[in-house]
Design a protein around this ligand. Structure first.
Ligand SMILES: [Zn+2]
Length: 394
């Protein structure tokens, strides 16, 4: 039976694929279609890869947008929690929030990360369902197509596993667990698999691009994948696609946007609402004065730029409404906004979410038994969608 196995290794960089570090991937790369993958300016790269569409077409760009109806509305009454803000407090908030979401059919778990608790009710989440489920976004996804064509598929993004749109949750998030879960399904039969491996992304943020921690882990991941592929090869006539949707850039400098805004006499939430991603500061204005003053402040920051209409169009994030902000400020590659609502005050060593320069490229490897292999020119991550359809003759 034919099967396409797709594996996303989050933040896998081409530089990690070497004979010494990752012999399996290295050999595979040399006998496969291979290309560099241009990333997109988004934090939802996987949606671009499963639809073939850009952020402005799918509506997915950053995890949170400003909305009056928020997942975190209940926190309005718990603002005092900012005074006892510990890891445990946030663990409980995430538990309660996700339970409430699940009851409403929102099975895409979210984390409040480091959003100040008193501000959380101002923001809601963009993606509420797992991408492999029906009506996950307004556009047709790969998984909609698989359902339409009655192609058996299995999607593993721990703690979530979906088999032909039937969902379950397991304990554990590790890449070992993800691969074990995939091997367990070999009793059943699927024509399409997707396995998401998150560990390298986490480690690279924390330890940095060329750290021993990341390199050692890559060596282990290589062995895990080799084991998995061997087992799949024994059962299936296997086609294999391994990719990453972005790389990382070392963080060289941080900027404190909140501090710069403090110098103006504007009042947050009365004059403007702000959301701080790691690389973006997004603003919603409540009056003209606030808009003018904030633009003035941002224009003086040389580590970034206000995204003009031209730039928004270029990066395909020119949304029809202002859900992501009346104004978006983007920092230059290597700059980190700190504090921000994901890392809080914690400095990380590497980041993504910048304009798609080559250093941020992901990688694409495709192997089946009937093709003569070649190096393909650099392509955008949206092309993965077409490659999957072509591989499965869809
Ligand atoms: Zn990341």
């Amino acid at each position: 039976m034919e099967c396409l196995l797709t594996i996303e290794i989050d933040a896998l960089s081409k530089t990690y694929i070497t004979k010494e570090l990752t012999p399996f991937l290295y050999n595979l790369k040399n006998k496969s279609h291979f290309s560099d993958l241009e990333t997109n300016l988004t934090f939802f790269e996987y949606i671009d890869s499963f639809t073939g569409l850009y952020p402005e077409e799918t509506g997915a760009f950053s995890t949170f947008y400003h909305d009056k109806i928020s997942t975190y509305n209940w926190l309005r009454y718990f603002r005092f929690l900012d005074n006892i803000d510990t890891k445990f407090t946030r663990f409980i908030i995430n538990g309660i929030t996700n339970l409430g979401r699940l009851i409403k059919g929102k099975n895409n778990f979210v984390s409040i990360s480091r959003i100040p608790i008193k501000k959380a009710h101002l923001f809601d989440t963009v993606i509420n369902k797992q991408i492999c489920n029906t009506n996950s976004i307004k556009k047709e996804t790969l998984f909609d197509l698989l359902r339409k064509k009655e192609i058996k598929h299995c999607y593993i993004n721990l703690p979530f596993i979906s088999k032909n749109n039937e969902n379950k949750y397991i304990f554990g998030l590790s890449d070992e667990k993800a691969i074990k879960s995939a091997i367990k399904t070999l009793k059943e039969s699927y024509q399409f698999y997707h396995i998401y491996l998150r560990g390298i992304d986490d480690l690279t943020h924390y330890y940095g691009i060329n750290s021993d921690e990341v390199k050692n882990r890559m060596n282990q991941i290589d062995k895990l994948i080799e084991g998995l592929v061997t087992k799949f090869n024994n059962k299936y006539n296997l086609k294999l696609m391994i990719y990453s949707l972005h790389g990382m850039i070392p963080v060289t400098k941080t900027i404190n946007i909140l501090e710069l805004l403090d110098k103006s006499d504007l009042k947050e939430n009365e004059d403007y609402v702000i959301f701080l991603d790691s690389t973006l500061a997004r603003f919603w204005f409540k009056n003209k004065n606030a808009k003018e003053k904030i633009i003035q402040t941002l224009n003086n920051i040389k580590e970034g730029e206000i995204l003009t209409k031209d730039r928004l169009r270029k990066y395909k994030i020119d949304f029809k409404d202002n859900r992501y902000g009346d104004l978006i400020f983007l920092v230059k590659p290597g700059i980190l906004i700190l504090p921000n609502y994901f890392q809080g005050n914690n400095l990380v060593k590497a980041m993504h979410g910048y304009v798609p320069i080559k250093e941020l490229d992901g990688v694409f490897i495709y192997n089946d038994k009937n093709t003569r292999y070649k190096k393909i020119n650099r392509q955008n991550i949206t092309k993965i969608y077409g490659s999957i359809l072509k591989s499965m003759n869809l």
